[in-house]
Structures are given as structure tokens and as C-alpha cells.
Ligand binder design. Structure first.
Ligand SMILES: C[S@@+](CC[C@H](N)C(=O)[O-])C[C@H]1O[C@@H](n2cnc3c(N)ncnc32)[C@H](O)[C@@H]1O
Length: 286
């Protein structure tokens, strides 16, 4: 696939105008802003202005500082990009496998139009390209965009467009995607979560689904340092329903039982009854 094959799904992140081809780059046919394309498969489509949200807590203030830094970084090519999730601590490998197993159990075998709105290193989504007709891997981070572009070129994956964008002002038309992944991202505060969910809802097709997760505040309260936001299951469900989604599946994810991937052991089942899950993974439908 070439950049032309992806253009129909895109729109201007500023004015929502139609996107056209301008030589090797893209252009908004309405406001005439141009968007640089790299290696024919990666496009920089950040909005012109940052998204403003309120910060009521220290955690929210910190996450806004990180966002500002990611947003302000100029798109300069680098040799050793280090996206989120590329390096995994040894004691997290089992947990990651378990998390992936659970997320994948909710993903359709064939997807027409697929998007990961915060792909990081693509550790949850790069394999999904071969289940999809068209695949968009998105992230605000320059390191992510460069890393994912390198990966796609190296693996000769033909149907992926890497998009550097902001998930609060996505450069995609409404009602486009059959399946959206949003993993480990609804963690920066209620106002942030609300806006991300509204963005996902907007670009999803009617009947399209999305797999997303939240951290469980009761798990964190026990033995985790709270460096991101966690919610009660009720709060998670309310956020999803208030956005307009229908809840299809809700799975508790226990990192503690990472060694028992299918949770078949008796002891796992027993402990599950008393230990709060680390996260809840949802499949929701528009
Ligand atoms: C905690 S990481 C999760 C990455 C990936 N989903 C995973 O599970 O490995 C959150 C990702 O969201 C990206 N991100 C943060 N703010 C963003 C924004 N406003 N728009 C798009 N991506 C953003 C970060 O760069 C980072 O890669």
C-alpha cells in the first residue's frame, strides 16, 4: 500500500478538512497546512495547538508536563529511538505475556480497519497488522513514530501507516474504524480519560469495537506506588457508558498469576476470590 491508499481515512487535525497529496507529502485542502511524510509510510499530523485540560491533582499536573514535552519535540530523525515499552524489566516479562494473552483473547481474527491510538513500541499491535486490511499505528512520541517506521520497513509490512498525532485531536474522519486498541493509556486522570474515550468513539464505526484497559484503584492501594490513575470498576463502567459505548466484555487481569496464563490452577482460582485484580480489560462497542 502507498500513502495514497491511506489518505481517504485522514482529515486535518486542525480544521477537519479533506487531506490530499502534495508531492511526497500531504496537504489539507481546506486550510492548506502541509504534513510531512517520511519513507512513504510515516506522517507527522500533530495539531497546531496543544490540548488544554484542567489539572486538579499533582498526578494530573505531572502528566500534562509529560504531554507538553512530547508535543513540543520537533520531528527530527534519530538512530536509536526509545519508545515506551521497548525495554521490559525481567520481572515484567511474564506479566506482559499475560496481559497480551488477555487482550488478544478479545481481538477479532480478521479486522478491516484497525488503529492503535497509543502504540508506543507496537508491542501490543504490530502483530495485528497481518490480521488487518489497513492498519494505523499512532503515537504522539517522535521516538515511537521513528521506531515503528523502522520496524515496519524492516519487517516489510505493507499495510501500515505510522502517524504521529495527538489522540485528543485525531487526524481521522468520523466513523471509520472497525477495531481500535487503547492499551495502558487511560491512566492520566478523569479529564484525560474522558477526552481520549470521546476521540475513540468519534473515529469508531457504528458497531465497531475497541479493547481498552484501566488500572484498578483497589489493587494499587494495597501494594503499588500510585504513579498513575486507578479507578473502581464502577467508575470505569460509568466512563465507558457516559461516552456512549456498550460494554461487551469485562475481564479482570491479575498480574500476580502471570505464571498461570489460562488461570486453570486451583490455587489461582482460590486466590482470585480474595485478591483484587491489577486491571480490568474491556471490549466495548459503539
Ligand atoms: C503507557 S504507554 C502505552 C503504550 C502501548 N499502548 C503499550 O501498552 O505498550 C502510553 C503511550 O501513549 C503515548 N501518548 C501519550 N500522550 C499521547 C497523546 N496525547 N496522543 C497520542 N499518544 C500519546 C505515549 O507516547 C506512550 O507511547
Amino acid at each position: 500500500m502507498k500513502i495514497n491508499d491511506f489518505v481517504d481515512f485522514l482529515c486535518c487535525p486542525d480544521c477537519k478538512g479533506t487531506i490530499g497529496i502534495d508531492g511526497e507529502n500531504l496537504i489539507c485542502m481546506n486550510c492548506k497546512r502541509t504534513f510531512r511524510v517520511y519513507y512513504g509510510i510515516c506522517v507527522d499530523m500533530l495539531p497546531s495547538k496543544k490540548f488544554r485540560r484542567s489539572a486538579k491533582t499533582e498526578l494530573e499536573r505531572k502528566s500534562i508536563t509529560v504531554y507538553n514535552k512530547l508535543f513540543d519535540e520537533p520531528f527530527t530523525w534519530k538512530d536509536n529511538p526509545s519508545p515506551w515499552g521497548l525495554v521490559v524489566p525481567k520481572n515484567y516479562i511474564n506479566k506482559l505475556q499475560k496481559h497480551k494473552h488477555m487482550v488478544y483473547s478479545l481481538i477479532p481474527n480478521r479486522i478491516n480497519r484497525f488503529i492503535d491510538i497509543s502504540a508506543g513500541s507496537g508491542r501490543f499491535s504490530i502483530e495485528l497488522a497481518n490480521r488487518s486490511e489497513v492498519c494505523f499505528l499512532c503515537d504522539i512520541s517522535v521516538d515511537s513514530a521513528i521506531y515503528l517506521t523502522g520496524l515496519v520497513l524492516k519487517e516489510k509490512i505493507e499495510n501500515v501507516l505510522v502517524v504521529r498525532c495527538d489522540y485528543t485531536s485525531l487526524p481521522f474522519k468520523s466513523d471509520v474504524f472497525d477495531f481500535c486498541l487503547c492499551n495502558d493509556t487511560l491512566i492520566y486522570g478523569p479529564d484525560h480519560e474522558k477526552n481520549v474515550l470521546l476521540s475513540i468513539y468519534e473515529i469508531s464505526k457504528k458497531g465497531g469495537s475497541c479493547v481498552l484497559d484501566f488500572s484498578n484503584k483497589y489493587h494499587r492501594g494495597f501494594w503499588h506506588k500510585p504513579y498513575t490513575y486507578g479507578y473502581s470498576k464502577r467508575q470505569m463502567i460509568d466512563m465507558l457508558l457516559n461516552t456512549g459505548f456498550k460494554i461487551d466484555v469485562c475481564l479482570p487481569l491479575y498480574y500476580e498469576f502471570a505464571h498461570d496464563i489460562e488461570e486453570k490452577k486451583f490455587i489461582t482460582k482460590l486466590i482470585n476470590l480474595v485478591v483484587p485484580p491489577t486491571r480490568y480489560v474491556f471490549r466495548v462497542v459503539k
